[in-house]
Design a protein around this ligand. Structure first.
Ligand SMILES: *Cc1c(COP(=O)(O)O)cnc(C)c1O
Length: 231
């Protein structure tokens, strides 16, 4: 049952916060609903979930149109520049900015609409394990460049850690991202805050919270396994 799963994940987040002396209100649970039908999302909504994450533009837009307007939507997947226009103004945050050219396109679409779009820089912390994201060593420079664009607002960093059997293996990577965010914060750039750390998924969100995550993106633990072969 989704209601029980949501409660269980929320309780584990709270427990992880308590272990390291953090306030659980600092951590937002993003319910990752990709591939799941609207009825399933509504079940989570009825159980109190208001923050959802999707990774494909078309699916995201369809769900935004079909579901209640008080849901906060997060774009967490790889984003092509030619699709930014479909989600600009409709999502609370874009987590997956990993190039200046993508940041520029988001900036253009924001300015057209007279809005500022909150973004995160996606860092490829596991390096060979993910094809998206900017390398840690290149992140400060991308942040500095993107900070010049006043149609976007840089809120922090996001990472997709490698899939590992033992989530403890990802602890050093989460720690590295947190350190990177502190290094960038010390530059005190206009238009840049590092308050958001989007890291941790079903397999490793408790470790991520212990290491400073402020947003965890959890799908399977809430909605069950995804079926990509359906339909
Ligand atoms: C699918 C997805 C998640 C959620 O993964 P689970 O292991 O099901 O929790 C989180 N982040 C991103 C970017 C995803 O694409």
């Amino acid at each position: 049952m989704i209601k029980e799963s949501l409660e269980q994940v929320q309780n584990k987040i709270t427990a992880a916060c308590e272990r390291v002396g953090r306030d659980p209100s600092e951590v937002t649970l993003i319910a990752v609903s990709k591939t799941k039908p609207n009825a399933t999302l509504m079940e989570a909504y009825q159980a109190g979930a208001r923050v959802f994450g999707e990774n494909k533009v078309q699916e995201l837009v369809g769900k935004i149109e079909a579901l209640p307007s008080d849901i906060e939507w997060h774009m967490i997947g790889h984003l092509q520049r030619n699709k930014v226009k479909y989600i600009a103004g409709k999502v609370a945050m874009i987590h997956s900015v990993d190039s200046f050219r993508l940041a520029e396109e988001i900036n253009i679409q924001a300015k057209k609409r007279g809005i500022i779009i909150p973004i995160l820089i996606e860092v490829n912390i596991g390096e060979e394990n993910s094809k998206f994201g900017v390398l840690a060593e290149d992140t400060p420079e991308l942040v500095r460049q993107a900070a010049e664009l006043d149609g976007i607002s840089i809120k922090g960093l996001m990472t997709i850690a490698p899939y590992v059997v033992d989530p403890e293996e990802n602890r050093p990577l989460f720690h590295k991202i947190k350190d990177l965010s502190l290094d960038i914060e010390r530059e005190k750039l206009d238009n840049v805050s590092m308050h958001v750390l989007s890291m941790g998924m079903t397999n490793d969100y408790e470790v991520a919270v212990e290491e400073g995550a402020t947003m965890v993106r959890v799908g399977t633990a809430i909605f069950g396994e995804r079926d990509y072969n359906k339909g």
